[in-house]
Design a protein around this ligand. Structure first.
Ligand code: FE2
Length: 468
């Protein structure tokens, strides 16, 4: 007899007779199934005080085969994230395997622990939890988590959706629509810099992978001393889906050069430490400007001419909607460990304005920040001209001098640098969390939502840019 969707059940945990979703916190599998069609069928309503202070809640459910035949290649994954930008749903394997009872947590706020527990937010089947085969009556537990950020706006009828699927074939995976039609997202990118090869970086990288990110911009100071092979090994699966800037520790700062620089160049097939790359409708230019740089960035240098011609060609290409520049050294940014690169600013920011650059990503200071939309101010370059109001910006990409957003993505893993204060052109900063920047392109590629996440996937800040 053929399997039907009713054969695969999602059941509460919390004891065999538990009927309360709020007590589905691990322990024996209940006979009660999660009601697929009602709101608050698993997570309760968030209170106003919780929305104000922020809160994280957990639930444990069991995926169970109630058919009389085996289910092959069961996969659990999320098909729709929460609708509010102020919160996020995630999911994870339980610590225990098939037909084992997950240890219950003390209450809904308690983080479940164990080496197999790692919450992800992937919205594709291929990145979901592979639960393996379930014979008749078998079950396997999974954790779900909802995190609400401090200061969350009231959001009625907010929900997310998860799915367990069975593939009757033992040899092939069903095709996955990309992008997922439920989310409206077209494609995604991520950025991070100042990584090295430590566990904080690996957490960042795992979270980026968990989102099925389409392309990664590595912002330089990737590897540090003796770490280039380690970093290259970890990131190898993303080599063709990433590009990199070169930082001072990659090229010329007592880090066993030229081995690190050459290892990166060889891995990426780069002929120089400045480059360009397109991904969908995004043109990305990698610049090397700052102290200890390995090539000249002066006006008329090979690098300068390459950068200008690349920006010009992107600006004239109707297939390119967005222009992103990545330069390791901070050119703008809040006061921190390293001062801003004023020479590079005066050489390149006028070019960025001229050719309609939308976003510039930097690192070097080991923290995260986001500027408002700004443009070069020749009369007082340290005080750029602010355009628009955070967090939602819009302009025609054809407009002259529409301004651009600067982003600090230096919390990739290397020891953090604190931030002293925010100049008026800085909308937000964070010097206390490791994390990454996530870019989600929607509206047929004409809108980008920029989200700053910690490497535990807590959302810190959201901004949008829309091309009108
Ligand atoms: Fe650096």
């Amino acid at each position: 007899m053929a399997l039907t969707s009713s054969n695969i059940e999602m059941r509460l945990t919390g004891g065999s007779s538990n009927t309360d979703p709020n007590l589905s916190l691990g322990g024996n599998v209940s006979t009660t199934k999660v009601n697929p069609s009602s709101l608050h069928n698993l997570f309760r309503r968030i209170t106003e005080s919780e929305a104000s202070s922020g809160v994280t809640l957990y639930r444990c459910v069991a995926i169970k085969n109630n058919a009389s035949e085996i289910m092959r290649n069961v996969v659990f994954y999320m098909v729709l994230d929460t609708k509010s930008a102020d919160d996020q749903a995630l999911y994870s394997f339980a610590q225990v395997g098939k037909n084992a009872v997950e240890t219950a947590i003390a209450n809904e706020f308690t983080t479940p622990t164990g080496s197999n527990i790692d919450f992800i937010a992937a919205l594709k089947r291929t990145a979901g939890l592979k639960l393996g085969d379930l014979a008749a009556g078998d079950f396997r537990c999974v954790w779900l988590r909802v995190t609400v950020n401090p200061g969350a706006e009231t959001f009625a009828d907010n929900f997310f959706r998860v799915r367990a699927e069975v593939n009757p074939s033992t040899t092939s995976e069903p095709s996955v629509p990309s992008p997922n039609p439920d989310t409206g997202s077209n494609f995604s990118m991520a950025a991070l810099a100042d990584m090295s090869c430590n566990s904080e970086f690996q957490s960042n990288f795992n979270k980026i992978k968990g989102r099925n990110t389409g392309f990664i911009i590595f912002g330089g100071d990737n590897a540090y001393k003796s770490g280039s092979q380690c970093w290259l090994d970890i990131t190898s699966s993303y080599r063709s889906k990433s590009g990199t800037a070169f930082g001072n520790h990659d090229v010329d700062e007592s880090e066993s050069q030229p081995e690190t620089k050459n290892a990166l160049k060889n891995a990426y097939g780069y002929g120089a430490t400045y480059n360009k790359k397109t991904f969908n409708n995004v043109g990305i230019v990698f610049l090397e400007s700052g102290e200890n740089q390995s090539v000249s960035d002066s006006v008329g240098s090979n690098q300068y001419n390459f950068i200008e011609s690349s920006l010009k060609s992107y600006s004239e290409n109707p297939a390119i909607e967005w222009i992103i520049v990545c330069n390791h050294y901070n050119i703008y940014g809040p006061p921190s460990d390293h001062g801003n690169n004023t020479g590079g600013r005066d050489r390149y920011d006028p070019l960025f304005d001229k050719y309609g650059v939308d976003i510039v990503i930097t690192g070097h200071n080991h923290n995260m920040w986001q500027s408002k939309l700004i443009k070069y101010n020749s009369g007082s370059p340290g005080n750029p001209t602010i355009i628009g109001t955070d967090p939602n910006y819009s302009y025609s990409k054809a407009a002259d001098n529409h301004g651009k957003m600067w982003i600090g993505a230096g919390a990739g893993g290397r020891a953090l640098d604190s931030i002293d204060s925010n100049p008026s052109y800085i909308a937000w900063s964070n010097g206390s969390n490791y994390g990454y920047v996530f870019f989600e392109f929607s509206n047929s590629g004409k809108k980008v939502t920029i989200r700053f996440y910690t490497n535990s996937n807590n959302l810190l800040k959201t901004a949008t840019i829309t091309h009108t």
